[in-house]
Design a binder for this molecule. Structure first.
Ligand code: SAH
Length: 458
């Protein structure tokens, strides 16, 4: 039997009413025949003219040709490269509307993916000044027609989009990237070429300690050889205010992962220091540290509120990174136990505990889904468990170990509403309940949203 032909073809151009926004921030509409079309840069409620670019079995992608009737929430994007760059997805949507949309996205995930219709999703806690917030930039280098280029990838591709100033990066990050780029050209440091796997400079990672002013530069190189590295170090030290650390990271694999395993300190400290509240943190190049410091404080205060500590509790901080949440809560707890898979981050967590004079916190390296069942078997019974997994959420083995420990409160911090809703449904099946979710906008102008939810025994 012949396959049914999709009702649209690449190149087709037609008018459409946009009815929704996908989780990646694309406008979504349907053709008269009910075929779904995804249109980047189109907004719900708009009437648009689109041109089909790609057709799949059940949906198509299209480019926005013309907005025939604009949404009242449409605004002019501030950034000149917004449409080309894949870094932000929502600059064309007014900030209050972005927050509203993120709230509804979480609500939708709980209903559709979790089957938890009763859960109330509170208004998203947004930023007063939703610009120049990121403390970390990871910028790929490559070779363009006119030589070295550095910028962010275009959406869904590895084409580098250059920028003079990124409107969601803190200014020292921008300045540092532009300096490194200028010096790489001046000192003839060849950029890496993904196709041939040749060249030297792959990525530059910059981290700024927002509250300390410290700046770390990590030069990711395709091998140990970094030409002119002495001159590069001297010039960077002269030209970058606040610079405290220059690290070379050696990464010889063909891979989309930014960092390789090996770090060599070229100058200064191997770590950078920043603070959240009155706790100091050292951060290694490989360690996770929340990228929006203003909102991190708000997020962690929500965790603190949900944990409702009295000083007597044992707290487990699972997926603890450099111990941030556990140490933030430690003064109100009897004991903190952290688990984290990256050994370097666990080292940082231990150093951080000591540097802050916190003696009742300990950290173990390993996978949460392996360590937690072991802790449960050993009879560890925390009153409070905090979990903050990566986007893929928690492993069922881990959640089973959590409920076996029967904590009074399980505080779930999530950067992905879909896996949060899935894991929430699992926890509900295993005798826990939740009433509310508090989203926090850690990533203005992007399609990401962070949530805090607390579970109690049902
Ligand atoms: N709570 C920390 C880190 C959260 S990010 C903070 O707020 O800063 C998630 C962390 O989970 C990362 O540090 C990552 O390295 C770690 N991780 C990822 N998979 C893991 C696993 N299976 N077991 C333990 N930790 C894991």
């Amino acid at each position: 039997m012949a396959k049914p032909k999709p009702p649209v073809q690449p190149g087709d151009s037609f008018e459409l009413t946009v009815t929704g926004l996908s989780h990646t921030g694309d406008g979504v509409g349907k053709t008269e025949g009910g075929f779904a079309v995804f249109i980047p840069l189109a907004l719900p409620g708009e009437k648009v003219r689109v041109k089909v670019t790609k057709v799949k079995k059940t949906y198509a992608h299209a480019g926005l040709e013309e907005v025939l009737k604009a949404s009242p929430d449409r605004v002019e994007a501030h950034c000149p490269v917004f449409e080309a760059c894949g870094g932000c997805q929502l600059q064309h949507l007014a900030y209050p509307a972005q927050l509203d949309r993120k709230r509804r996205q979480v609500e939708d995930a709980f209903k559709r993916l979790g089957g938890l219709d009763h859960v109330r999703v509170l208004p998203v806690l947004g930023m007063e000044e939703p610009w120049y917030y990121r403390n970390k930039a990871q910028v790929p280098f490559g070779r363009g027609r006119e030589g070295t280029v550095a910028g962010f990838y275009a959406a869904g591709s590895h084409q580098i989009v250059e920028f003079d100033q990124c409107m969601i990066q803190q200014l020292p990050n921008d300045r540092t990237i532009q300096r490194v780029k200028k010096l790489a050209i001046e000192l003839d440091i060849p950029p890496y070429d993904e196709k041939s796997h040749r060249g030297v400079l792959r990525h530059v990672l910059v981290r700024t300690g927002t509250n300390t002013g410290e700046v770390m530069v990590v030069l990711v190189t395709n091998g140990a050889y970094l030409p002119s590295h002495k001159r590069l170090v001297t010039r960077l030290r002269e030209e970058i205010p606040g610079l405290t650390s220059i690290v070379q990271n050696i990464h010889t694999k063909r891979s989309n992962v930014v960092l390789g395993q090996e770090n060599r300190v070229l100058w200064g400290k191997p770590v950078i220091v920043d603070t959240i509240g009155d706790i100091r943190f050292v951060i290694s190049p490989h360690s996770f540290f929340q990228v929006n410091p203003v909102q991190t404080k708000i997020l962690y205060d929500q965790v603190k509120k949900a944990a409702a500590l009295t000083g007597k509790e044992t707290v487990i901080d699972a997926y603890c990174g450099i111990g941030t949440i556990g140490l933030y809560l430690a003064r109100d707890a009897a004991q903190v136990l952290g688990v984290e898979s990256i050994p370097q981050a666990v080292e940082d967590a231990r150093v951080n505990a000591e540097a802050n004079g916190i003696e009742h916190a300990s950290f173990e390296a390993g996978k949460a889904e392996e360590i937690m069942p072991r802790w449960a078997e050993k009879g560890i019974r925390p009153e409070v468990i905090v979990v903050d997994p990566p986007r893929k959420g928690c492993d069922p083995e881990f959640l089973i170990a959590c409920t076996n420990m029967s904590p009074d409160r399980l505080v779930y911090v999530s950067c992905n509403p879909a896996t949060l809703a899935r894991d929430a449904a699992f926890l509900v099946e295993r005798g826990y309940r939740t009433e509310e979710v508090q989203p926090v906008d850690m990533f203005p102008h992007t399609n990401h949203v962070e949530c805090v939810t607390v579970f109690h025994p049902a």
